[in-house]
Design a binder for this molecule. Structure first.
Ligand code: IPM
Ligand code: MG
Length: 356
């Protein structure tokens, strides 16, 4: 029997609850498909700050590097919000992405037919549904550029800088082109080339590489327009590729039109296959520990792990089909219930387990 070692980074807020849900789902699907998992928890974020004074302990980095793959919940919360930047829980997320070299972030956003009623867009706008794969650059740009405080023209000043090398742009654009080739062969590259130098280099490289993929239709779009098009006509998109910061913002927008941010999984990958898998939502401190969170984004992240890290297509598909079935049957957690009676985190997990 195959056995995969998975590092668990439960983190803060709702992190522990939703990771526990995904673990139970993995164990269930593992029994069905004869796959064994060994789960090893490591501290990250606020939980790590509380236990050992730093958001990303060395043991966590080493554990993740040695594991076959990593499943992460969420980090951060009001308790740690006033700490200096380098000690904030979020720093751990950036740190583990950098340490593992996870330059590709795949964020699929699709409209489940069962959730059409939850989509805030008008019915005619989503009549054709949408199925978008957002490819976000994850280890460069303004998130990792030079930053600091200085005395400026008007006194105290802070700055962050965006820099992108040719190498960083080429490798992410290539991933996006390959991704588009396996889907509907349409790639939209999102930038701000009317203002930013980094975007002009980005766009130039996109055009160079596009010439190698004549079968993929490549379009440029300015980020402000893309934000608008996502709510005006989301079905026009197939694969999107963009920088770290634009991808962060647009993926939250894309998640909202699927009905809830509680639905969106993600895979963060390097050149290898293992990667790190996490929901795109945060730690939701307002509902932490209340058994209210929607576990589906994390459960679908586990499905992405099975597919991308382990090539376990059938097992991944049984999770996705179970989630589909449960949504079709009308089960909803509070984020999707509009005040109607809702399932708890554990009840939703149980429904999905039963459907596997
Ligand atoms: C995300 C999150 C993170 C990011 C934060 C928590 C650092 O918003 O994964 O989208 O900005 O990348
Ligand atoms: Mg974000």
């Amino acid at each position: 029997m195959k056995n995969y070692n998975i590092a668990l980074l439960k983190g803060d807020g709702i992190g522990p609850e939703i990771v526990d849900s995904a673990v139970r789902v993995l164990e269930t699907v593992g029994k069905k498909h004869e796959i064994a998992f060994t789960f090893t928890p490591y501290l990250i974020g606020g939980a790590a700050i509380d236990a050992c004074g730093e958001p990303l302990p060395q043991a966590t980095v080493e554990g993740c590097l040695q594991a076959d793959s990593v499943l992460l919940g969420a980090v951060g919360g009001p308790k740690w919000d006033t700490l200096p930047g380098h000690l904030r829980p979020e720093k751990a997320l950036l740190g583990i992405r950098a340490a593992m070299g996870l330059f590709t972030n795949l964020r699929p956003a699709k409209l489940y037919p069962a959730l059409k009623g939850e989509c805030p867009l008008r019915e005619d706008i989503v009549a054709n549904g949408f199925d978008i794969m957002l490819v976000r650059e994850l280890t460069g740009g303004i998130y990792f550029g030079e930053r600091g405080y200085r005395e400026g023209k008007y006194g105290e000043e802070a700055y962050d800088t965006e820099a992108y090398s040719r190498m960083e742009i080429e490798r992410i654009v290539r991933v996006a082109l390959e991704t588009a080739r396996k889907r509907n062969k349409k790639l939209t590259s999102i930038d701000k080339a009317n203002v930013l130098e980094t975007s002009r280099l980005w766009r130039k490289i996109v055009h160079e590489l596009a010439a190698e993929y004549p079968d993929v239709e490549v379009t440029d779009m300015l980020v402000d327009n893309a934000a608008m098009q996502l709510v005006r006509n989301p079905s026009q998109f197939d694969v999107l590729v963009t920088s770290n910061m634009f991808g962060d913002i647009l993926s939250d927008e894309a998640s909202q039109i699927t009905g809830s941010i509680g639905m969106l999984p993600s895979a963060s990958l390097n050149d290898g296959k293992r990667g790190l898998y996490e929901p795109i939502h945060g730690s939701a401190p307002d509902i932490a520990g209340q058994n209210k969170a929607n576990p589906i984004a994390t459960i679908l992240s586990a499905a992405m792990m099975l597919l991308y890290a382990f090539d376990e297509k059938e097992a991944a598909e049984s999770i996705v089909a179970a989630v589909d079935g449960v949504l079709e049957a009308g089960y909803r957690t509070a984020d999707l219930a509009h005040g109607a009676p809702a399932l708890t985190t554990t009840e939703m997990t149980e429904k999905i387990i039963q459907a596997i």
